[in-house]
Each structure stands twice: as C-alpha cells, then as structure tokens.
Design a protein around this ligand. Sequence first.
Ligand code: FAD
Ligand code: 2HG
Ligand code: ZN
Length: 505
Amino acid sequence: MSLGWTGILASHCKLVQSQSGRSFCRWISSAVQRGSNYAELNQADVAAFTDILGSGGVVQDETALDAANEDWMGKYKGNSKLLLRPKTTQQTSDILKHCNDRRLAVVPQGGNSGLVGGSVPLFDEVIVSFASMKRILSLDKVNGALTCQAGSTLQELDDHAREHGFLMPLDLGAKGSCQAGGFVSTNAGGLRFLRYGSLHGSVLGLEAVLADGTILNSMQTLPKDNTGYDLKQLFIGAEGTLGLITAVAIRCPFASTSTNLAYLACESYEAVTEVYRRARRELGEILSAFEFLDRQALELTKQHLENVKDPLPSTNTQFYLVVETSGSNAEHDMAKLEGFLTDAMEEGLIADGTIAQDTGQAQGIWGLREGISVALRHAGATYKYDLSLPPPALYTMVEVMRQRLSHHDVRVVGYGHLGDSNLHLNISSADWKEEVRKEIEPFVYEWTAEHGGSISAEHGLGQMKPECIRYSKSPEMVGMMHRVKDLFDPNHILNPYKLLPQRTQ
Ligand code: FAD
Ligand code: 2HG
Ligand code: ZN
C-alpha cells in the first residue's frame, strides 16, 4: 500500500465564503512544512533523556520506530528518530521541560489506534509513548470510580472493572490496544455512548503535564465539584495538543445483569429510522446500543474476515441493525424486547431478525460490527469520514457519495452509531488515488456542514483535517482555541500540525 499521502492530506486550505455567509475551506495543494522554530534532536538531548528515563526508556531501535511512526491504517508515516517511554508522571514532566527548553516538538502516543493521524509524527517529532504507564491505581467499590495511569488499555480496565461488578462506560473495536490517555484525548465515542454518554461526563478527574513540565493534578473521584473552571474538560478531546495526560479517573457504571442482543434486517432506511424511534420510545431505559451497517459493509466484512459469520445468511436486505438492551430483570427485559420486535415485524419495519441465544452468538454479532474497520483495512486504501448528521440526512450522504463516485472502481460503505447520529462513511479502493480524494473532499465536508452536521463525530481532526475545523466551528471559536493553545503551550511543541488550522494572521 502506498504511504505517500501525508503531504497531500496535510494540505492547507484557503477560506471561501459560501452563499449562506459561512466560511468554508477549500483544498489547495501546498504541503505543510516542518516548523522552522523547532530544534533538531542531537546527542546531548538523547543523553538528557537517558538521564531522566534510564536507557530502557529511550528507544532508537529502527523496528520499534518504524511501528511508532506509522498509524493503524498505514496512511500516515512520520520520521521520528526517538521514542521515549516514561514510567512516571515526574519523568513525563522532566521530558517535557527539556523539550520545551530546547524547542523539540513532541507527539504523545497511546495505543496508536487513532484514525486521523493524530498519534504519529509528520516530521521528526519526538514520540512520547505511554506503554510503560499501565498501572490501575484504584477502584471505589461503592461509586465505581476507577483511577489508572494513562497507558492502561481499555480492555485491561474493562476486565478489572468487571471483576468487581462494574464495566467501563465506553467500548470500541480497538479496546485491546487503545489506552486511557488516548481515548480520553480523542474523546472517543464507541458502542456504549448511547447508554453512558460522552467522556466529558464519565471522566471524573485527570492528571496532565503541560508543555513546560507543570503537573496539573485534578484526580478527584467524586462526581460533583463546582469550584471554578473545570480545566480537565479542555484535555478531553484535545488530541494531545494542550498537555500529556498521565492519569485518569473515570466513573464506571455497574454491569447489567441482563443483556440481550438482536440482529435485525430492514429493507429501507426509512424503516431503520422508524425502528430506532420506536426502540427509544418502547425499550426506553433498557436500550443500550443501536448500531447499523449497510449491505456493502456486510459483504466487505464477510469477504475479508474469515471468522465472521452472517447472523442472517438467507436475507438480502440493504440494512442491518444491532440492538442491545441492558437491564436488571431478564424476564422483563426479554418480554419488552420481544414485544417491540413482534410489533415492528408485523408492521413490516423489520424483514427478519435473530436474538443471540448465548454469549458466543452475541460475540459473533459484535465481532461482525466491530470487524468492519479491520475488513476495510484488509481491502486496501480507505477514504474514511466520521460524520455527525441528523438521522434523516445520515444515509442520504452515503447514497449521494455512491452516485458521485459511480464512475470510479470504489466501494462506498455506510455504518455507524445510528443511536448517536454518527455515520462512518468509508470509501474503499484498491489504492490511493488523488483524483478520487478530490471528488470526495471538500464536498463531503460542505455537504455535512450544509446539513447541520459535524465533520468529526468521534475520531477527531488529527493531521487529516485541522484546516477543515472551520466547517464545524466559527472563526471566533477557532480564534479562542488558538488563544487557549498559546496559554497552555506557548512554544507550540505539543502535537504540532494537528487539530488546529494554521493561523491566518
Ligand atoms: P492514539 O491513537 O495513540 O492517539 C490518539 C490521539 O490522542 C493522538 O492525537 C495522540 O497524540 C493523543 N494521545 C494519546 N495518548 C495521549 C496522552 N496520554 N496524553 C495526551 N494525548 C495523547 N474511536 C471512537 O471514537 N469510537 C469507536 O468506536 C472507535 N472504534 C475503533 C475501532 C478500531 C478497530 C480502531 C483501529 C479505532 C477505533 N477508534 C474509535 C479510533 C480511536 O480514536 C480510538 O481507538 C481511541 O480513542 C484511540 O486511543 P489510542 O490510545 O490508540 O490513542
Ligand atoms: C467504529 O465505530 C469505529 O467501528 C471505526 O469508530 C469507524 O473505521 C471507521 O470508520
Ligand atoms: Zn465509531
């Protein structure tokens, strides 16, 4: 697969005025340049880092650097010569103090599962990995507050929480690799968002190190604290541009004792949205996930992932739903779900369906849904978009794109968190082709903004689309973000070229 896209993707854009008076950016193909204000790494820097971390925490090995320079999709590749692995908050602070004094640019890296190139360098930025900060620190058995170091993976945290009757308030396909610092920094959404909401609500506290080495500790574990500005919120979704998160406190709900999972087939998108509306109304408090995939997503996943089984092999509808309920009374929950499904079937909204009979079947259904991104990776190059759109417009986007790209040899795939109005639009092609990208962008962003959506529902902006933030945020909001950045990181050493657009003045 070609990796030569970074320069093109990290293009600048110029502002143009739309008819509605809103400012949009349009691509011009000038690649981002390495900031001339950044120093180049030298032997004295390596010696200073070795003093801080010992030789085990300073990685210059080519194989390890190759892996850390490249993102999960194989789409972005940087050229860092140094990977640092702190074990403590104090070491992280000492590293940043040195980098700030020397003007060395830094990329924080968690599980490197991000989908917008935020976790890899563009040039020679020093990579700070949290892989050696994996300790789970505490779990309050009464209120479910769990504290951990930033490098703990979501799977490890969920396993630990479940041992004590709780679960993590988020779940996603990359749970085996993504880390607390990474999912908090991206404000990841995932499969449990519908039930437990955003990390802006679940994160109770965090500890972050600012560019100059200052440690900001707000590791409170109580849900209420109204003493002044809630600074921790700024780090949630900041994609490593304001500080390095070293520890997190997160509120874990009790795990439900009764969970059901249904896999449903629908003929039309209208039926899908009606099933969703009724699920909210009729399943109410026990509805815990409402995901959808289209036939193209299903076919592609079956083609590329051998271990995925089609739960409804004899149906041939355009849409499939994964509907989960979680409650505390198995009989009541099942009766509610069955009643809801029977009504929807009798009214022709659902063409066919199955309810998982055991955990193995449930895992199979989730495996299919979570496997779509992995299958897309196997299929070649993917033009990946993660959009918030109002439910009526959500699938129109997929149809419009399919029509627009009909003269190209690509597969347009739509799936996502329908219950959160979050579409994952993926265009799969054997290879990257710049002419295809140009037909997708900026159209996809303009269309989304015109329909009142957001160009990033959950994956963030990273290096893929910092210039396009203006489709979703006003000039005043972007200006204020620049001022916050200046305050937290005056020398702009933290994750440069990501999230924020280049300044226009
Ligand atoms: P990384 O990829 O390493 O980093 C992500 C960003 O956070 C980067 O900007 C990085 O610089 C920064 N960062 C990392 N660690 C720190 C730290 N300690 N301090 C400060 N900044 C830091 N996302 C969703 O929202 N929902 C999904 O359902 C979902 N499913 C996925 C499924 C798959 C198969 C994959 C590969 C990805 C998926 N993602 C999903 C995308 C991704 O955002 C999440 O996996 C996760 O949030 C990234 O965590 P990470 O530890 O891998 O972070
Ligand atoms: C998901 O919901 C993830 O599966 C990944 O957010 C989406 O790969 C994608 O486009
Ligand atoms: Zn998602």
